[in-house]
Design a protein around this ligand. Sequence first.
Ligand SMILES: C[S@@+](CC[C@H](N)C(=O)[O-])C[C@H]1O[C@@H](n2cnc3c(N)ncnc32)[C@H](O)[C@@H]1O
Length: 185
Amino acid sequence: MASHSERAGAGIDWDARYVAGDTPWDKGAAHPALLARLKTLPITGRVLVPGCGAGHDVRAIAAEGAAFVLALDVAPSALNLARSFPKAGNECYQEGDFLTGNAVPPGSFDVLFEHTCLCAIPPERRADYVRAAATALRDGGLLLAVFFTKPENPNLDSPPFRCDLAEMTLLFSKPLRCHAAGIAL
Ligand SMILES: C[S@@+](CC[C@H](N)C(=O)[O-])C[C@H]1O[C@@H](n2cnc3c(N)ncnc32)[C@H](O)[C@@H]1O
């Protein structure tokens, strides 16, 4: 029988990956593009980070003075790991399936920061992700994303699923106003 986190993770047992330490996406630090952005333009207000994993990005955002950062993940072991780090600011970790669209109160976030969460979700569930993002953000809210745009994963049945930038712009442009930017690192 599928575990709770396996069902919530759209067929992937994310918790088992964290338990096994099989987390090659975790670089032990916030993404460099996020750190660069925070240096020039702080991320303020109420921030949502779906698929937060160990929370490196969460703490970087919280440390730079966001009023509140809610970090969401389906994997309890990821959240335990995230909570084991010293608090950086006003961040909080919560277990939940972002795709349901009701994991967080609607319209309550100024910013949604995404870092390789969408690429972890089967492409057929992307519309659910977009709906959940548009619901969580207030009118005029900002989606900041680090998408996985590299096509080198040859396995089309398992993540990471490629998130082509032009495709992402199209995907999000219905409910949100989109300005896409690519950064090569
Ligand atoms: C590739 S990892 C990225 C983790 C983190 N953002 C990072 O960059 O280290 C994808 C994360 O999304 C989480 N996840 C997958 N499906 C989810 C869902 N439906 N709702 C919330 N989190 C989800 C997984 O448990 C995992 O922690």
